[in-house]
Design a protein around this ligand. Structure first.
Ligand code: PMP
Length: 380
């Protein structure tokens, strides 16, 4: 029986990208070496890095004012590295960052920022949906106005809350004012390359690759070039953006060749399939199938507020919690895996399920799950 995974991350890649990664492990581009054993200074690896960054530029339409970097450390590492390498509007003094507390991962980003020396960076919470159990994302536009009024330097928010199953709607992303202080910074870990984004508006965009465009290990950090300041003492060279921008001489640094292969393979696949717009179309189909059955069901219920439902992570529970285990067993018997909700949210939502439907997930896998749900409901 085939295993159908809806893992929240590391997540399934497309079949094509997976095959390319496997072949690269046997012989990376005719070098006679597996990708995991090849030095990152090999000229073919350097070319792959340049090509990958070019693909990022092309797929996301990244303007010359911004540079896409691929760095180690996971998105979590950049929650502290990023605010410390951004210019404040006065050019010195602590950087003031307004946070939108919209769910689990915004909370994690905020908690990381609080670890930074307050002489360098001061976080402020501008809006929160805690009162609503994070079933929606607070108004980003309203938070932005507050950030303007308070003369903040940056506004940090999360575009897709992986664990809460919520996402900032397209119209909000489009009407976000930007291009000057307070520059928006966005964590797009669970959505980059799944819908278009106007990069020019942002001071920085962060996304670890492990969901929509590769294996775990590397993180995309797209920075507005003129906002980056020298890496302060106490921050590892691994996170030195100017070094990676090539401003300190030498080539841009990246160390994880196998992860780079997976990103290169996924981005080529996304381009061949029709780009980010096509990914968005498929995301709407996958999510539509799931929300449709949830809305009609007397057995299952969606958790996120309909206006802020995520196209990437669909969370739901059984109306009768005593049926949770039986449905989990039915899925296991059908070969469906990695659908448990995030442990730390059980207190908030009760035991629940989370179906992660990133770029690599074929629509047929979602149809199979929906059939399994319908069958379970029929038998109940
Ligand atoms: N942000 C979001 C929205 C996430 O979903 C995750 C991982 N699940 C992270 C950040 C952390 O990413 P990493 O594991 O690369 O540190």
């Amino acid at each position: 029986m085939k295993t159908i995974s809806f893992s929240p991350g590391p997540a399934p890649k497309s079949e094509t990208a997976r095959e390319e990664c496997m072949l690269a492990e046997i012989d990376f581009e005719g070098t006679g070496m597996p990708a995991s054993e090849i030095p990152h200074r090999h000229k073919r690896v350097e070319k792959m890095l340049a090509d990958t960054r070019e693909l990022m530029r092309e797929l996301l339409d990244i303007p010359a004012s911004h540079t896409p970097l691929l760095l180690e450390g996971g998105a979590t590492g950049h929650f502290t590295a990023l605010p410390q390498q951004l210019r404040s509007r006065s050019g010195d003094g602590p950087v003031k960052v307004g946070y939108v507390d919209g769910g689990y991962w915004s909370g994690r980003a905020l908690a990381e920022c609080k670890k930074i020396d307050p002489f360098r960076c001061v976080p402020h919470v501008l809006a929160s949906s805690v009162e609503d159990d994070y079933k929606n994302i607070p108004s980003i536009i309203h938070a932005q106005q507050k950030a303007i009024d308070a003369r903040m330097d940056y506004l940090f928010f999360n575009a897709n809350e992986t664990t809460n199953g919520t996402q900032v709607p397209d119209d909000v992303m489009i009407s976000l004012g930007a291009g000057s202080y307070p520059y928006p910074i966005v964590d797009t870990t669970s959505e980059l390359f799944s819908r278009p984004i106007d990069v020019s508006k942002f001071g920085a965009i962060v996304a670890s690759a492990q969901k929509n465009f590769g294996n775990q290990g590397l993180t995309a950090v797209i920075v507005k070039n003129d906002l980056i300041v020298p890496c302060p003492a106490g921050v590892s060279a691994t996170f030195d953006y100017r070094r990676s921008l090539g401003k300190l001489g030498g080539p841009p640094n990246t160390f994880s060749v196998p992860t780079l292969v997976s990103i290169y393979a996924m981005l080529k696949w996304i381009k061949d399939e029709g780009g980010v717009e096509e990914m968005e179309k498929r995301a709407r189909i996958r999510a539509g199938l799931l929300y449709n059955i949830l809305d009609k069901s007397g057995l299952f219920e969606g958790i996120a507020s309909p206006a802020h439902r995520s196209l990437m992570n669909v969370i739901f529970r059984l109306r009768d919690p005593s049926r949770h285990a039986a449905f989990a067993e039915a899925c296991e018997a059908a070969g469906i895996v990695s659908i448990n909700g995030h442990r730390e949210l059980n207190e908030l939502y009760g035991e629940h399920f989370r179906i992660s439907i990133y770029n690599g997930i074929p629509i047929e896998h979602v149809e199979y799950l929906v059939d399994t749900m319908a069958e379970f409901e029929r038998r109940s």
